[in-house]
Design a protein around this ligand. Structure first.
Ligand code: GLC
Length: 739
C-alpha cells in the first residue's frame, strides 16, 4: 500500500513539474517581456535588410548591423542568407546583447530558395494543392538549411488585371482556388511542427487587396466596397490564417482612403477582433514610411504612431519605429500596451520557431551543403513544372511531336535563355542550374533529330535582323518550335504593363515564320495573361509554360514529345485585347447582360466579347466526356448538404488527368451575385476508355456571402450548379435552398 502511495506522489509531482515547465508561448513571451527596457522592446519591432535591397534605399541608422544587434536595437533581418553569415549575427544576438533574444531571418522564398520552382501563378495552374504543398515543403527544407526561419510567402492577392505585374506571384483571380493554394503553401512552409529545423514561418501577403490596384498599376489606389472586399479579396488571407500562418505582411496600397499600414480596420478590427489571430504583422518595405507620401502622416514620427496603433508590429526598413517609438511612448502619445502587444506577438513567433530553445538550430553547415540543390528538390521542380504547363491549342493534334522527325527549328531568345525561366522572384536561383527549353529539347531528341536554332527575335526591342536566319532554319526543318513571351523582369514587382501583347517584335517573327507554311508550336514564357488573338488563330499548337523554373526545359521537352500529357488549367482569364480588362469569370450579370441580338446591352462593339481563354481552361492530349449532373436532392434546407455527381470518361487514346470543376450560381439574392463561383474541384487521372464517378458535396458554407446587411449567410432561393472542364464548358443542374 505504502509503495502505491509513493508511486502516486511521484507521478503527481512529475506531472506538476511538466505542467509548470509547459508554459504557453504567451507565458514564455511575457516572461521575457517583463525583463525588457522600452528601448529593447522597440528593438524587437525593427527589421533591416542585409546583403541586398528589395525596395528603395532608406535612411538607416549610422551604426552597423553588429552594433545594432549588440544594443538590442534590431529584432530581425531580411535578405541575408547562408549559415555562416546568419550564425555570426545570431551569435552576437544571443551572446553579446543584454537579454540574448534571438534574431529571426526572413527571405522572399516565393517559388524556391536556390532550386527555383515555376512561379506561383504556374503552381496554381496545376490545380493540385497537394503538389503545391509539396513544393512549399521542399522550399522550406532548402531555405531552412541555409539559415532562413521565415518566408514572405504565400502571396495570396487576388488579381483581375493582368497589367499588374505581380499577378505572377499569386494564384490568379478566384477566391476559392486562391484560398486552397494559400492554405496548401502555409502547410508546406510550416509543416506540422514549427519548432523543427526544416520548417519556416509563413507570412501571408500583401494584406490586403494589393491586387486590386486601379489600372493594374503597381502600388496604385485600391477602392472597393467592403462587400466586394470580403467576398472576393479577403478569403485567401483568412484561409492562410486558418491554416496557421504565423505572420502577415501589410501592403503598400490604400484601401478606400486608408493605407493598409495605418488601417485599424484591417489590422485591429479584422485580424485581432474578428479572426483573433496572434500572428504578427510586418510592414512591407518602408510601407510605414510611405504613410507620408500617402498623405496621412505629416512626418515619420506620426507614421510610427499610426503604424503601431494599427497593430503593424514590425517595421521593415522605414526606421519609423527605430527613431520615434520610444519618444512616442515617453511623450504619452502611444500607450505602452501597443508596444507590449506587438513585442509579444513577435516573441511568440520566435518561441514557436524554437529559436529561444536553440538559436542555432537552422545553422548546420553540413546540412546546408547536402540540402541545397539536392536531387530530391530538383526532381520536385520538374514535377511541378510538368503539371503547371497548360495546353491552350493543339490543332489536328500536332502535339505530341514524333521522335522520328528529321529536323526541328527552335526559335526565340527565350528558347536559349537560362535566366528567364527563373522568373521574377528568384532570390538565389542560379542560371547555370537552369535547363533551357533548347537544352531540354536537345537532351531529349538531339541524337535522333536535327535541332536548328536561331534567335529570330529578342523579347525586347524592334530589331528584326534575326528574322532572316530564323526563316532559313525554319525552311529546312519539319516543325517550328517558337519560344516567345516576357523576360523575367517584365513581370513581377513594379512591372506593370499598359499592353498585354507579346513584347517587341516576337509576334512579327511568328507572322514571318507562318509564311514558310511549316507547322508551328508556340511556347509561351510569361508571368501574366497575354493578348494573343493572332497566335490563337494562326499557329497549330500553343503551350503556356509561364516562368517554368530550373527544370522548365526538361518539362517542356517531355510534353512536346509526349512523355507527359499536359493537365494544367488557367487560374486566370486570358483577354483577347487589353481593352477588355478587367475581365474575369465570376463577374456580375448586370441589368443588361451582353446579348448579341440586342444593341442596348453591356459589350464592346469593336471586338468579340468573350475571353480568349476562360478561367479553368486547359486542353489535354486526350479528350474527356462528362455525363449529365445527378443531384441526390432537388432541394435542401439552409443547414443541409447536397451531393452532386458526374461521370467523367476518358474518350481518347491516351491516359490523362482532368481537373473537374464545380461552380454554383445563386440566381436571386438580397444583393447581386456572380454568374458563376468556383466552389470545388478535383484532379482525376483516367486511362483511355476509363470512366470515374466524381461526387462533390455542396455544404451551406459554400453558398454563403455577405448579404444586404453584411451578414455572412446562406439565403434561400434557386441555385444552379455547374460541373465541367473549365468555367464555360459545363453541364448544369438546378436546386433550391428552402427555409
Ligand atoms: C518587397 C515586396 C514584398 C517583399 C518585401 C521584402 O517590396 O513588396 O513582397 O516580401 O519587399 O523583400
Amino acid at each position: 500500500m505504502k509503495n502505491i502511495k509513493l508511486i502516486l506522489i511521484f507521478f503527481i509531482t512529475l506531472s506538476l513539474t511538466v505542467i509548470a515547465q509547459k508554459k504557453s508561448f504567451k507565458e514564455r513571451a511575457d516572461s521575457v517581456l517583463a525583463l525588457m527596457t522600452l528601448e529593447e522592446k522597440v528593438g524587437q519591432l525593427v527589421q533591416y535588410s542585409g546583403d541586398w535591397a528589395t525596395g528603395a534605399e532608406t535612411s538607416r541608422p549610422k551604426e552597423g548591423s553588429d552594433e545594432l544587434i549588440r544594443k538590442g536595437k534590431v529584432g530581425s533581418f531580411l535578405n541575408i542568407t547562408g549559415v555562416s553569415k546568419i550564425k555570426k549575427l545570431q551569435k552576437i544576438a544571443v551572446e553579446e546583447s543584454r537579454l540574448k533574444i534571438p534574431l529571426i531571418f526572413g527571405l522572399d522564398v516565393i517559388h524556391g530558395y536556390e532550386a527555383t520552382f515555376p512561379i506561383p501563378l504556374a503552381e496554381a495552374s496545376t490545380w493540385n494543392p497537394a503538389l503545391v504543398e509539396k513544393s512549399a515543403r521542399m522550399q522550406a527544407i532548402e531555405a531552412s538549411a541555409a539559415g532562413i526561419n521565415w518566408t514572405f510567402n504565400p502571396m495570396v492577392d487576388i488579381a483581375h488585371n493582368p497589367r499588374w505585374g505581380r499577378i505572377m506571384e499569386g494564384s490568379g483571380e478566384d477566391p476559392y482556388l486562391g484560398s486552397v493554394m494559400a492554405a496548401a503553401r502555409v502547410r508546406g512552409y510550416q509543416g506540422n511542427d514549427l519548432s523543427a529545423n526544416n520548417t519556416i514561418l509563413a507570412c501571408v501577403k500583401h494584406y490586403a487587396a494589393y491586387g486590386g490596384a486601379e489600372g493594374g498599376r503597381d502600388y496604385n489606389t485600391v477602392d472597393m466596397s467592403e462587400r466586394n472586399f470580403r467576398d472576393f479579396y479577403l478569403p485567401p488571407y483568412k484561409a492562410a490564417i486558418e491554416a496557421g500562418a504565423g505572420s502577415l505582411m501589410a501592403c503598400f496600397n490604400e484601401i478606400g482612403g486608408v493605407p493598409a499600414s495605418s488601417s485599424q480596420f484591417l489590422m485591429t478590427h479584422i485580424l485581432r477582433n474578428e479572426w483573433k489571430t496572434d500572428a504578427f504583422v510586418v510592414s512591407d518595405w518602408n510601407s510605414i514610411g510611405e504613410l507620408i507620401p500617402h498623405g496621412v502622416a505629416k512626418d515619420l514620427k506620426q507614421a510610427a504612431e499610426l503604424g503601431i496603433k494599427a497593430t503593424v508590429d514590425m517595421d521593415m526598413e522605414s526606421n519609423a519605429y527605430y527613431y520615434h517609438l520610444v519618444d512616442l511612448v515617453k511623450e504619452g502619445k502611444v500607450d505602452i500596451k501597443f508596444v507590449d502587444d506587438a513585442v509579444r506577438r513577435v516573441l511568440i513567433a520566435k518561441f514557436k520557431l524554437g529559436l529561444f530553445d536553440d538559436p542555432y538550430k537552422y545553422c548546420d553547415e553540413e546540412r546546408e551543403k547536402k540540402t541545397i540543390m539536392s536531387k530530391e528538390i530538383i526532381k520536385a521542380t520538374k514535377e511541378v513544372a510538368l503539371e503547371s504547363i497548360v495546353l491552350l491549342k493543339n490543332e489536328k493534334n500536332l502535339l505530341p511531336l514524333s521522335k522520328k522527325l528529321k529536323s526541328i527549328a527552335v526559335v526565340g531568345q527565350l528558347a536559349k535563355s537560362k535566366d528567364d525561366p527563373l522568373g521574377g522572384w528568384s532570390q538565389k536561383g542560379d542560371s547555370n542550374s537552369v535547363v533551357s527549353i533548347l537544352e531540354g529539347i536537345e537532351k531529349k531528341v538531339g541524337k535522333e533529330i536535327k535541332i536548328n536554332y536561331a534567335v529570330g527575335a529578342k523579347f525586347k526591342g524592334n530589331d528584326k535582323s534575326g528574322f532572316k536566319e530564323a526563316i532559313k532554319v525554319a525552311k529546312k526543318s519539319d516543325v517550328i518550335i517558337a519560344v516567345v513571351g516576357e523576360g523575367r523582369y517584365m513581370n513581377g514587382e513594379a512591372a506593370s504593363r499598359a499592353t498585354l501583347d507579346i513584347p517587341g517584335v516576337q509576334e512579327d517573327l511568328l507572322k514571318e515564320l507562318k509564311k514558310t507554311g511549316k507547322p508551328i508550336v508556340v511556347v509561351l514564357m510569361n508571368g501574366r495573361p497575354l493578348t494573343i488573338p493572332w497566335v490563337q488563330e494562326n499557329v497549330n499548337s500553343i503551350l503556356e509554360i509561364w516562368s517554368p523554373g530550373i527544370s522548365g526545359g526538361d518539362a517542356v521537352a517531355d510534353i512536346i514529345f509526349g512523355d507527359y500529357n499536359p493537365s494544367g488549367k488557367l487560374p486566370v482569364t486570358f483577354p483577347r485585347y487589353v481593352g477588355q480588362v478587367p475581365i474575369y469569370y465570376n463577374h456580375k450579370n448586370t441589368g443588361r447582360p451582353h446579348n448579341p441580338n440586342d444593341h442596348y446591352t453591356s459589350y464592346y462593339m469593336d471586338l468579340e466579347n468573350t475571353p480568349l481563354y476562360p478561367f479553368g481552361f486547359g486542353l489535354s492530349y486526350t479528350t474527356f466526356e462528362y455525363s449529365d449532373i445527378k443531384l441526390d436532392k432537388k432541394e435542401i434546407k439552409m443547414n443541409e448538404t447536397l451531393k452532386v455527381s458526374v461521370e467523367v470518361k476518358n474518350s481518347g487514346e491516351r491516359e490523362g488527368s482532368e481537373v473537374v470543376q464545380l461552380y454554383i450560381r445563386d440566381l436571386v439574392g438580397s444583393v447581386t451575385r456572380p454568374v458563376k463561383e468556383l466552389k470545388d474541384f478535383v484532379k482525376i487521372n483516367l486511362k483511355p476508355g476509363e470512366t470515374k464517378k466524381v461526387d462533390f458535396i455542396i455544404t451551406p458554407d459554400k453558398l454563403k456571402f455577405h448579404d444586404i446587411n453584411m451578414n455572412y449567410v446562406v439565403e434561400p432561393g434557386d441555385f444552379k450548379v455547374f460541373v465541367g472542364t473549365n468555367s464555360i464548358d459545363v453541364k448544369e443542374a438546378s436546386f433550391k435552398v428552402i427555409e
